[in-house]
Design a protein around this ligand. Structure first.
Ligand code: ADP
Ligand code: MG
Ligand code: ZN
Length: 633
């Protein structure tokens, strides 16, 4: 036990020091010759009666030796017996008198001379005082502060001033009670993490055939979806220690501290393997280094921390059973180096929950509160599209507080309604809640995309359609799964891609007779493709094979500043017209497709509105126009 030993040595040193000081004070006090305090007048009396042998003058005091028998004996003092034992003589002859400041300088000397007293000046000795106030007390204060800092910073007296110590919290097996049963509504993420748990539990099983265990698992998802919760649940399920630290805690004012913390964290974790290191809010350290070079030396600290993290991740070997988990809600800003194989090579998406997920989360959190009989959590789930787990937990809690304030015995539906309003008001734009009308439009729009994608020959298959608001711009989303990676595309493939993009808008036209602003991103992308077809790919008969470029000087490349157009005004107009013609032609085609399938579109949109997310078999059936009403949940 090294730390305890050093601690003991330090303690003994301090003890010896204090003891020596006390002893020397005691000695000087006890063995000082006994002396009497005389008033000035008495001293002068004695002087004038020639009873003084010699004196020493200091600025404030006269100390001296009287002739034997001249002084009255002082009351017996503490050192008496000791002095007797040491054989010092008992006769008290030493005295001191306080001088009257500033008046007796001349006369005193003259009088001493007259009475032939041996006298000398003496500089006042303040050795002990100097020692005490100049050294002992300041030193004691400094040592005190030092010890305090050591305790604060390092968690123990041995870790003196080590700012590099990691501030992570360690949770032991016993403290971690979170399990997968505390997480609901994110079943896909859970399924992937169950595998990680198995890695931690039986590493041998996976290494048997020479496989290498994953090192890093990155949880990606919007705030409040339960990433932190999931990480703890993995540790709880695997029954291993859990080291957790937030990314922002690595980054300090001082360059190098963050790197030292990373080193320390990994060192400690290796001793405890198998275990989980969890770095929350990874983007605080993992921001792309490329973007951070705006100032010279501007982000040195973060960069060093990141480099250290990369080095540590490379340096340790996952067969020991240390798995690094991290969470972020901004994967796009992370440095590419972090996502390389051998680092955070597994990414688990933790998405906002769908209707069923929300109901499950509400149910989970409602276990702790007393519900009135009329409460239907399914209805509450239906009212809260776009809410993350944390928002839902918040709603249950708010409702319980509201009911308690009204002195109710159970939480009623009305409390939940009020809680939703409150939470929505608090969330503002952060998490959109769509009105019924908007949800209707979005459902038709997204089904429009999906239906066109399944109807044209060259589009990637649709695997998921959702109207759960995500991200900044998208109110809904149609996910197409590319069947193969594309490097070359034919003209008909580009045509079909535009068709799918226009599908959303055309669906709105057909169903509502008017269009919303929701399609502007689709139109932007469709126009972009059409423009490229005309200007770069030579796919327009009218403009032929020429590539119409813009000449961007090299130093402006990528700066967003456009260069000079290399074609005439007429050509520009022709390009615009041609782009419009392509879009119009495809628009008509899409309109034709969706008009014949309008009934399917409407039924599928209704189904999508009901379930919020359609995928797999249910999506296939909805798109095929098979009645899905019997396939209720
Ligand atoms: P994140 O780390 O993704 O921002 P947290 O894990 O910190 O979100 O979630 C905050 C809280 O919200 C959790 O402690 C939990 O009470 C609740 N919560 C979030 N997601 C879920 C979920 N999927 N299931 C149950 N509770 C959840
Ligand atoms: Mg978190
Ligand atoms: Zn769209």
């Amino acid at each position: 036990m090294k730390p305890q030993l050093t601690q003991r040595i330090q303690f003994s040193l301090a003890y010896v020091l204090v003891a020596a000081l006390v002893l020397s004070f005691l000695q000087s006090w006890l063995l000082a010759p006994r002396s009497v305090d005389l008033p000035m007048s008495k001293f002068l009396d004695l002087l004038r009666a020639d009873k003084i042998e010699k004196v020493a003058l200091t600025e404030r005091e006269i100390r001296g030796l009287a002739k034997p028998g001249a002084l009255p004996a002082p009351p017996s003092a503490a050192g008496d017996r000791l002095r007797q034992m040491l054989g010092s003589d008992d006769d008290v002859r030493v005295f001191s008198a306080t001088r009257i400041p500033g008046v007796d300088e001349q006369s005193l000397v003259r009088e001493l001379e007259q009475h032939r007293v041996e006298f000398a000046g003496k500089v006042e000795t303040t050795f002990w005082k100097d020692l005490l106030f100049g050294w002992v007390i300041p030193l004691a204060v400094m040592i005190g502060i030092w010890m305090f800092l050591m305790r604060r910073v390092g968690g123990g007296p041995t870790q003196a001033l080590s700012f590099g110590r990691s501030k992570h919290k360690i949770f032991d097996r016993k403290e971690l009670k979170t399990t997968f049963s505390d997480v609901a509504g994110v079943d896909e993420a859970k399924a992937e993490l169950i595998e990680i748990v198995d890695f931690l539990k039986n590493p041998k099983k996976y290494q048997r055939l020479g496989g290498r265990l994953p090192k890093g698992v990155l949880l990606v998802g919007p705030p409040g979806t339960g990433k932190t919760l999931l990480a703890r649940a993995v540790a709880g399920e695997a029954d291993v220690p859990f080291f957790t630290l937030s990314g922002s805690e690595f980054v300090e004012m001082f360059v190098g501290v963050g790197a030292a913390r990373v080193r320390d964290l990994f060192e400690q974790a290796k001793d405890k393997a198998p275990c989980i290191i969890f770095i929350d809010e990874l983007d605080a350290i993992g921001k792309s280094r490329a973007g951070s070079t705006g100032f010279v030396g501007g982000h040195d600290e973060r960069e060093q921390t990141l480099n250290q993290l990369l080095a540590e991740m490379d340096g340790f070997d996952s067969s020991k059973g240390v798995i690094i988990m991290a969470a972020t809600n901004r994967p796009e800003v992370l440095d590419q180096a972090l996502l390389r194989p051998g680092r955070f090579d597994r990414q688990v998406v933790v998405d906002k929950p769908d209707l069923r997920g929300r109901e499950a989360i509400l149910r989970l959190h409602a276990r702790a509160v007393v519900l009135a009989p009329g409460v239907d959590l399914g209805v509450i789930a239906a009212r809260t599209p776009g809410f993350a787990g944390a928002d839902l937990a918040n709603i249950v809690n708010e409702a319980a507080l509201l009911a308690a304030r009204k002195e109710k015995n159970a939480v009623e539906m009305a409390d939940f309604e009020e809680a939703i309003d409150r939470v929505v008001a608090g969330l503002e734009k952060k998490s959109r809640v769509l009105s019924e009308k908007e949800r209707d439009i979005v459902a038709h729009h997204e089904m429009g995309h999906a239906l066109v994608a399944t109807s044209v020959a060259h589009a990637d298959p649709v695997h998921k359609v959702t109207i759960i608001p995500r991200g900044i711009a998208a109110l809904g989303m149609t996910y197409q799964l590319p069947t193969e990676e594309r490097f070359l595309m034919t003209r008909s493939e580009l045509d079909d891609r535009i068709a799918v993009l226009l599908g959303g808008r055309v669906a709105e036209e057909l169903v509502y007779g008017e269009v919303s602003t929701g399609a502007h991103n689709d139109l932007e992308r469709a126009s972009e493709i059409a423009r490229l077809m005309v200007t770069k790919y030579g796919m327009s008969e009218r403009l032929g094979l020429a590539s119409y470029g813009e000449h961007t000087p090299l130093f402006l490349k990528g700066s967003g500043v456009g260069g000079d157009r290399e074609y005439s005004e007429e050509t520009a107009r022709a390009i615009d017209e041609e782009v419009r013609a392509i879009l119009e032609r495809i628009h008509d085609r899409v309109r034709g497709i969706l008009t014949t399938k309008k009934a399917v579109l409407i039924a599928a949109a209704r189904e999508l509105k009901r379930t919020e997310t359609l995928e797999g078999e249910r999506l296939r059936r909805a798109l095929a126009g098979e009645s899905t009403m019997e396939a209720t949940r």
